[in-house]
Design a binder for this molecule. Structure first.
Ligand code: ZN
Length: 336
């Protein structure tokens, strides 16, 4: 089965050709235009997808010497994301599917992230997924490969968003996540004690806006210089890692009280690129009898490979020719 996937939910224009569940070709174009504005501008993102998508697709087919009529399934991210950007990518893929009279499968972006580690790992269930992106901070429980239950989520800012906002407050360029990680390397992580919202509560949810406000107030009182920025970055990054570990601990404990012992954890999404967070979680997990998985590098940030893989995992012949299937929804279960 040859799948052609399109991902345009935010500021990456990405295409993937996947054959029998293996990546044949994968392209990711990261839009530069947003750097000037210190964050993603939705209107500019849609326009950039419009400019790039057709060119990239024709180039991909030509380079691969591929006759597009040989594609069996067309798929695209249909949500969640920036509505204009989603419309560009999904309408493009849907039009190709109609033109070549092949099925179109709409995919959920979050499902793409959640399933990404099953591409390179054999998952041991019950399985916990920690999804850390610029738009979402979620934990999911997968009792088996057919069920995905949303357990916890951020009540305010997403984790990637708080990295970008804190970076902006201290004058670092966009995208802030990578810049904070770089500055933190030369800082002292014990310089500042920062708040850890919701970590003392026995629930699955996260909150980051109080931490951001606290840093905003600190900046108004302190003199911003190189040393301050480096120490704050190191303290902030360490604090975020501790929040994640404490919430993982609470989640595992609550599930245990509900007779569910977690065998493995996936850390997915763009923030899983952060080496410090990755190492901290690995160190914590090493003390338990739990396996930890990460996606392959190209499936960490937003990409069409994970969308192709989620489509490959979900696609059933009997569901073919459904051009407008209802978006897959993830159930929220209450374990408290
Ligand atoms: Zn994403």
């Amino acid at each position: 089965m040859l799948i052609f996937a399109v991902e345009t939910s935010c500021d990456e224009t990405s295409l993937c050709l996947m054959k029998e569940g293996k990546i044949l070709k994968h392209l990711v174009y990261s839009q530069e235009v947003h750097k000037l504005h210190g964050g993603v501008v939705p209107e500019l993102a849609s326009r950039s997808h419009l400019e790039k998508l057709q060119k990239l697709t024709i180039g991909l087919f030509e380079n691969e010497n591929l006759d597009p009529s040989n594609i069996d399934v067309f798929t695209a991210t249909c949500g969640p994301g920036l509505i204009g950007s989603l419309l560009v990518g999904s309408t493009f893929a849907k039009s190709l599917s109609i033109g070549f009279n092949k099925p179109f499968v709409p995919m959920n972006h979050l499902e793409g992230h959640v399933l990404s580690t099953s591409y390179n790992n054999r998952i041991a269930y019950p399985h916990l997924v920690l999804l850390l992106t610029g738009g979402h901070t979620h934990t999911y429980l997968m009792k088996n490969n057919k069920s995905v239950d949303l357990l916890g989520e951020s009540l305010d800012d997403a984790i990637g968003e708080v990295f970008d906002k804190v970076a902006k407050l201290i004058g670092l360029p966009y995208p802030g996540g990578a810049e904070i990680e770089k500055c933190a390397l030369d800082g002292d992580k014990y310089s500042y004690i920062l708040p850890q919202p919701l970590t003392n509560e026995k629930n699955f949810n996260f909150s980051f806006s109080g931490l951001k406000t606290h840093i905003n107030l600190m900046i108004k009182k302190e003199k911003i210089n190189d040393r301050f920025v480096k120490n704050l970055c190191a303290s902030f990054q360490n604090n975020i890692s501790q929040i994640l570990i404490k919430k993982l601990e609470t989640t595992i404990q609550i599930l245990k009280e509900n007779n569910l012992s977690i065998n493995s954890i996936s850390v997915v999404g763009g923030v899983s690129n952060n080496a410090y967070i990755k190492n901290s979680i690995e160190k914590y997990i090493a003390s338990k009898k739990i396996e930890v998985y990460y996606p392959i590098k190209e499936m960490m940030s937003d990409n069409a490979a994970m969308i192709a893989w989620a489509c490959h995992t979900n696609f059933r012949k009997e569901k073919a020719n459904i051009f407008f299937k209802e978006m897959p929804k993830m159930k929220i279960k209450n374990y408290l």
